[in-house]
Design a protein around this ligand. Sequence first.
Ligand code: CMP
Length: 139
Amino acid sequence: MTERTLVLIKPDGVARRFVGDILARVERKGLSISALEMRTADVDVAGKHYAEHAERSFYPGLLNFITSGPLVAAVVEGPRAIAAFRQIAGGTDPVEKAVPGTIRGDLALDGQQNLVHGSDSVESAEREIALWFPHLARG
Ligand code: CMP
């Protein structure tokens, strides 16, 4: 079934010049990029995006990082796009969880500065797409 997911190339990914590499991996997987924008997130959007982590000790640092410079936000579509992107991203911890061949497994070391974000469910995807791309909100 065709799905859509919200992908972020985080500020570390932009700073390390991996935008092209990461978008190429998305397309090589067979997924389509249907919206794409570079911007610097403000604290309001970043806080809403990561609201589920608000009580975690790493939350202030995460907001600081995600607003620290330009990032790329994208809507990615395709069959099982949510799981497919999370597969090519690799696990959150780039060393303990992400395996070689994945974005994080190949290119990252840090559990916070881990290059990309991908929605974890249909509900999260629709909430996050509405947040980053309000004109693409459904329902
Ligand atoms: P992401 O997939 O965007 O979802 C939540 C983010 O919080 C995660 O990627 C990391 O960037 C960050 N994160 C998760 N766990 C930790 C942690 N233990 N310490 C610091 N940052 C974390």
